[in-house]
Design a protein around this ligand. Structure first.
Ligand code: GLN
Length: 481
């Protein structure tokens, strides 16, 4: 049986009984079986669990219940807690951790009748830009399996690009949804900070972390976002007005929209091929009656420096809970201190240790003012610079990533960090931002990013639909999928 590829078409086929939720789940489980040996998207797949959830979804459909995505399966990044299902954050320190509860997102999926296909690979604790920091496996980009799908949500991105899942969820602290979306030709959306509960997201940098979806079209990510955006009293930063409003599903014509293009994102650091695609996107927008102004946001140049103080500082505190006593495996040693240091020493990977040390240093008594406080000042300055744009512009447009998919194993960790240049600002100010395919360079996808004001998620999604219609590239698939 051949099934449609988008989540919205699958949902429609399920509602009109062209196929069942079981058939849909079986199809994707089979795709995983056939292709995941090569791609390495999934860390945990439990077909029986998925099929039981699909049966529940079909029961909901049969009773005329459920929501817009009932029966459409989803893949979850393995830092999202799922009750009774191993959740590792791609770390050896959580190798055997079976959570005794569902996070808010997993709960929302259960109540929406959205079966979970499995848990996807990531950089350990979401620290990375290539998914190479996973303690378990590399994930390959379906566009070219010698290249990385980006990261840290590389497994979630590659699963959608490769046809192993119609939609998936990732988390985005400095770009981990948008950058892999850009590198895999998928759409990736980071909602406004506080519109998806972080209860049950294994914390990396709590003031920056946000959960969001991947899909093949803007409509699909809007549907997936709608399923998980809600207020949750268990997350103290959850917004009361979190639910996605129907405006998100309107296609806003790009005519009359006002875009700001920061010149800093189109400099030498951005590959010529990427610049060419963004320039032609801008030209098409202008031809269609949109206004695109080049602006300067000088604080962007300090974004990476600022982020790589704040994120490790928060991580050093968040990761203190992994002591070998409360969660996961325990090293064999005598006494609490010895157990803690042996477990952490043996089971955290290199990048995680590096960040814990940098973060601890930045927070230590003698250096707190020099590093952490100054980074917070810089963060506020950047947000103020960006906020000043919203009276004149509907969205900031830029490349998502300065480069296309790069070869696995060849990029050093410093160069990987520099790739976060265009995505970090959205996390700094809590802004909603989306990446969608804008073209190809060297035969590989290039993403364009739209970022809007806090709580402007609906506007960002509807403008992205307008741009998607204009570019007419979605659903974009790799040649052999
Ligand atoms: N690449 C960034 C980092 O390594 C962002 C990761 C993320 O968004 N989780 O921290």
């Amino acid at each position: 049986m051949s099934l449609p590829i988008t989540a919205s078409a699958l949902a429609e086929g399920l509602r009109t009984r062209q196929f069942s939720a079981i058939e849909v789940a079986q199809h994707f489980l089979q795709q995983i079986e056939v292709r995941d040996g090569e791609l390495g998207c999934f860390l945990t797949v439990e077909p029986e669990r998925t099929l039981a959830q699909a049966q529940m979804a079909q029961d909901m459909l049969d009773r005329g219940e459920g929501g817009p995505l009932t029966g459409v399966p989803i893949a979850l990044k393995d830092n999202l807690i799922t009750h009774g299902q191993r959740t590792t954050a791609a770390s050896k320190i959580l190798e055997t951790y079976i959570p005794p509860f569902d996070g808010d997102v997993a709960e929302a999926l259960v109540s929406g009748g959205i079966p979970v296909l499995g848990k996807t690979n990531l950089d350990e604790f979401a620290m990375g830009t290539s998914t190479e920091n996973s303690a378990y496996q590399v994930t390959r980009n379906p566009w070219d399996t010698k290249t990385s799908p980006g990261g840290s949500s590389g497994g979630s991105a590659a699963s959608v690009a490769g046809g192993l899942a119609p939609i998936s969820l990732g988390s985005d602290t400095g770009g981990s949804i948008r950058q892999p979306a850009s590198l895999t030709g998928t759409v990736g959306f980071k909602p406004t900070y506080g519109r998806v509960s972080r209860y049950g997201l294994i914390a990396f940098a709590s003031s920056l972390d946000q959960i969001g979806p991947f899909g093949l079209t803007v409509e699909d990510v809007a549907l997936a976002a709608q399923a998980i955006m809600r207020h949750d009293h268990r997350d103290s930063t959850s917004l009361l007005d979190a639910a996605l409003k129907p405006d998100a599903f309107k296609t806003r014509s790009v005519k009359g929209l006002r875009f700001a293009l920061p010149s800093e994102t189109m400099g030498e650091e951005t590959e010529p091929g990427v610049r060419t695609v963004i320039e032609s996107t801008v030209a098409r927008l202008r031809a269609e009656g949109a206004e695109v102004d080049e602006v300067s946001l000088p604080s962007l140049n300090l974004g990476i420096t600022t982020y790589y103080i704040i994120a490790p500082a928060e991580a050093s505190s968040n990761l203190a809970r992994f002591d070998g006593i409360r969660y996961g495996p325990r090293a064999d040693a005598a006494g609490a201190d010895a157990i803690i240091s042996a477990t952490r020493g043996q089971r955290f990977g290199h990048e995680v240790k590096l960040r814990i040390m940098v973060g601890t240093y930045a927070l230590s008594a003698g250096y707190f003012d020099a590093y952490y406080v100054r980074a917070q000042q810089m963060r506020a300055k950047m947000a103020a610079e960006i906020d000043a744009l919203w009276s004149k512009y509907d969205a900031v447009i830029s490349p998502t990533s300065p480069c296309v998919a790069f070869p696995i194993g060849e990029i050093d960790s410093m160069s990987l960090k520099l790739m976060d240049f265009c995505t970090i600002p959205a996390n700094m100010g809590g802004y909603p931002a989306i990446s969608l395919p804008a073209g190809l360079s060297k035969g590989l996808p290039v993403g364009v990013q739209l970022m809007g004001p806090v709580m402007g998620d609906e506007g960002v999604l509807s403008a992205a639909r307008g741009l998607e219609q204009l570019l007419d590239l979605n659903p974009m698939r790799p040649p052999n999928v």
